[in-house]
Design a protein around this ligand. Structure first.
Ligand code: MG
Length: 462
């Protein structure tokens, strides 16, 4: 099974590779290719290279040693939909109505989605002639007008929302303990059509790659590969059953690691590695309420759904042999920064008619210069709960993720943590640093003043 999948992936990526080589021969400074590998609910501490003691991730570890490992890389929201909207648009989701306190993500009965006027990574790169492909979980609207094919992607193959949404009638809670995809009534979409339901979620990546091979080659490409895992239910291929010392969750991470190895190996063999930037990260922290079926944020506090660091800081790698300066980057970056960074590398024009919240990270990636990002805003739904500037982070409200605490706790004065000295956010230093607290209050107010009201997409009824 593992061998078959290996060959299929190699063959599929070779198709893309040959096209890219042709482009390289035509112009050594041709626009680079981009592969963005985006996990779902992966914790900060779940990879070998981020310190996990019983999950083996040799391919990601190698990717980290050959590229850059970012230790302070953030998503813009601690749950799926708004986090994904931010990655695609380079904007805090509050700016396009993609976050809400009432419904924190989109559901199968939702009527809204990413507004059609948004400039996604796909749309940005189309202006430069890229071939663009979205594979896996989308979660930015399941209705046709919101699918990737309407947002700048030539092709789409994947599931439109989370892998646990929409149960098959009669299945029970035990469906999570011994997951069977037949219990989850999740559709598999190709283009804009449902081609399978329930989707065999074990085969999404493999079958999606078959689609890649069929694309016309000879042009630069963007592949947005959004794994539907390790979000529960935890599906893994038979070849990875009981492979990990970490149990079912570890099996899933080790299979993701294996698939990353296939992608990078193929890029190396074809020589395309010299002209392809690969990014690996996740949409939010671990889903801790699922206990052993959820991941670990390592030494960071809390997880998915929370504005503590464990909810929004993600294990992140950048890889581009010969271009990305290898090393560990202990500075801030964000998925918000991918749009301007890719625009710079591809020489694409950024939209000028809207507020963008990202920074171009290419000087850090290519020349090891300091990151241009020195602040981060932490949203819970549509409300700012915390802000960071430099090493200090202030929490104005806190709420633990998913279970237990029903109401957010208000902090006035805010809690203050020095994330260099205290990355686990254990020791409040607000009393010792009143000027820092005041500066962070002002930063929060300034950001909030920059937000203009828009229609909310997550609570829309029609
Ligand atoms: Mg998620």
């Amino acid at each position: 099974m593992r061998l078959n999948r290996c060959w299929i992936l190699l063959g599929l990526l070779a198709g893309v590779a040959l096209g890219g080589l042709a482009e390289l021969r035509a112009d050594d400074r041709a626009a680079p290719n981009f592969v963005i590998i985006f996990c779902d609910d992966l914790g900060y501490g779940d990879l070998g290279c981020f310190g996990h003691p019983t999950i083996r991730t040799p391919h990601l570890d190698r990717m980290a040693s050959e590229g850059q490992k970012w230790t302070e890389f953030y998503v813009a929201a601690p749950v799926c939909t708004p986090s994904r909207a931010a990655l695609q648009t380079g904007r805090y989701p509050i700016r396009n109505g993609m976050c809400s306190m009432k419904r924190r993500v989109l559901f199968p009965d939702s009527q809204g989605g990413l507004p059609p006027g948004e400039v996604t990574l796909g749309r940005l790169l189309k202006q430069r002639g890229y071939s663009t492909h979205a594979i896996g979980k989308w979660h930015l609207g399941h209705l046709p007008q919101y699918l990737p094919t309407r947002h700048g992607y030539d092709t789409y193959y994947g599931i439109p929302y989370s892998n646990d949404m929409d149960f098959v009638q009669g299945s029970t809670r035990t469906r999570f303990e011994d997951p069977d995809f037949r219990n989850f009534n999740v559709p598999l979409i190709e283009g804009e059509k449902i081609i399978e339901r329930p989707a065999d979620q074990n085969t999404i990546t493999k079958r999606a790659c078959q689609l890649i091979r069929q694309q016309e080659s000879g042009q630069p490409f963007l592949i947005y590969l959004a794994h539907n895992l390790p979000h529960v239910p935890l599906f893994r291929s038979p070849a990875f059953a009981d492979a990990s010392r970490r149990g079912l969750y570890g099996d899933v991470i080790e299979e993701i690691d294996w698939s990353v190895g296939q992608v990078l190996g193929t890029l190396r063999e074809t020589g395309l590695d010299r002209n392809t930037l690969v990014v690996f990260t996740s949409d939010n922290g671990p889903w801790k309420s699922f206990r052993q079926q959820g991941g670990s944020a390592g030494l960071l506090r809390d997880g998915k759904g929370s504005t503590w660091e464990g909810g929004m800081r993600e294990p992140t790698l950048f890889w581009w042999p010969g271009q990305v300066e290898p090393g560990v980057v202990m500075e801030m970056g964000s998925t918000l920064d991918l749009l301007p960074t890719l625009a710079q590398l591809a020489d694409a024009d950024l939209p000028t008619d809207r507020t963008l919240d990202g920074f171009d990270l290419s000087p850090t990636l290519l020349e090891n210069k300091p990151s241009p990002r020195d602040q981060m805003v932490y949203y819970h739904g549509d409300e700012v709960f915390a802000v960071r500037q430099g090493m200090y982070k202030a929490h104005f409200k806190t709420k633990t993720s998913y279970t237990g605490q029903r109401e957010a706790k208000v902090h006035d004065p805010p809690l203050l943590f020095h994330l260099g000295h205290d990355p686990g956010e254990q020791h409040d230093v607000a009393k010792q640093q009143p000027q820092v607290v005041q500066a962070l209050r002002e930063l929060k107010a300034k950001h909030e003043a920059s937000v203009e009201p828009v229609e909310n997409q997550l609570t829309r009824k029609e």
